[in-house]
Design a protein around this ligand. Sequence first.
Ligand SMILES: NC(=O)c1ccc[n+]([C@@H]2O[C@H](COP(=O)([O-])OP(=O)(O)OC[C@H]3O[C@@H](n4cnc5c(N)ncnc54)[C@H](OP(=O)(O)O)[C@@H]3O)[C@@H](O)[C@H]2O)c1
Length: 340
Amino acid sequence: MNHHVRLARRPVGKLTTTDLELVEVPVPEPGPGEVLIRNTWLSIDPSIRIRLAETTPDGYLPPLRPGDELSGLALGRVIESRSPDFAVGDLVSHTLGYREYALVGTRVQTIGGYGAPARIDAGELPPQWFLGPLGSAGLTAYVGLFEILAVAPGDTLWVSSAAGAVGALAAQLAHIRGATVIGSVGSPAKVAFLRDELGIPAFDYRDGALPESLAALAPGGIDAYFDNVGGDHLTAALDALRPAGRIALCGAVSGYDGAAPAGPPNLFTMVSKGLRMRGFRAGSFTHLEEPMRREVAGYLADGRLAYRESVFHGIAEAPAALVALLSGATVGKTLCRLAS
Ligand SMILES: NC(=O)c1ccc[n+]([C@@H]2O[C@H](COP(=O)([O-])OP(=O)(O)OC[C@H]3O[C@@H](n4cnc5c(N)ncnc54)[C@H](OP(=O)(O)O)[C@@H]3O)[C@@H](O)[C@H]2O)c1
């Protein structure tokens, strides 16, 4: 039998595990052009929470309805193939996570094509890295830093949610390339993780007023802001940016889990200081996947880049993994191991 996670009811406020349910269904049979994949790793990403609301932002994937299976980036092995593109044994990344067995065909919902089934040659590397530093998280950090912000030596950069999958990579990549980096996180343990394991000074945004905490680490202001959080963090960045400063809008996690997204009231600083702010989707920059992988794999191999995972085990733990991620209880890349 196959087990998958579906939406039981729309969350009211913060997501709880009872908003999701584990369902047992028969393992599907592949039809022409389809492959059956035994999922091995599921990427737990905050953005799925956006699709659990009644409506989703224009340009994004549609909302899920109660009874729908959750989707999410995953890796798995082909165990049956009726497609000329994939052979039994291939390691494939795709977006039909949150289930043990996935029937992957041509009709996959993606944003701009990102997440379409792709064969992965992991070689000797841990395959789950292709969901983390060598996958979506790596590409997101790389694009935000080097395409959107054009971070250069001498820049002072603030990265929010800096102990998370994208943030921890972004903070370290910018540091390795010569920027002065400051991180913000939601607990003293995460401040210690950044300082002691990543070598990045950080502050706890829950401890005191955010603008003062930021100013204590960057008394002269900042040149660039990598925004994973939105709301009050974006407001503080607009105030702290020096003239001609840059902002990369990567995500707005503070508004995903039931809280009303708080827009910055100080947008006029964009005009008064000549700032530049640009949102991006990593999936629009897949041509940068290869250079990203070369650079990040090199830093992982020579030990310059530290990488932490928070791993849950089995499909039954996937709902708890998502709740933990959204509440800030995990560090680094959050994953659920579905099979060995
Ligand atoms: N643009 C793209 O293509 C793209 C692709 C992937 C991800 N993203 C975005 O990148 C961001 C990070 O994603 P990720 O996968 O790396 O997740 P993550 O940072 O590993 O996990 C989410 C983190 O958000 C923080 N958080 C939750 N509520 C918060 C709040 N109210 N204020 C501040 N922080 C809060 C928590 O950390 P603390 O304990 O520190 O609060 C939590 O650990 C998200 O906004 C995501 O949507 C964008």
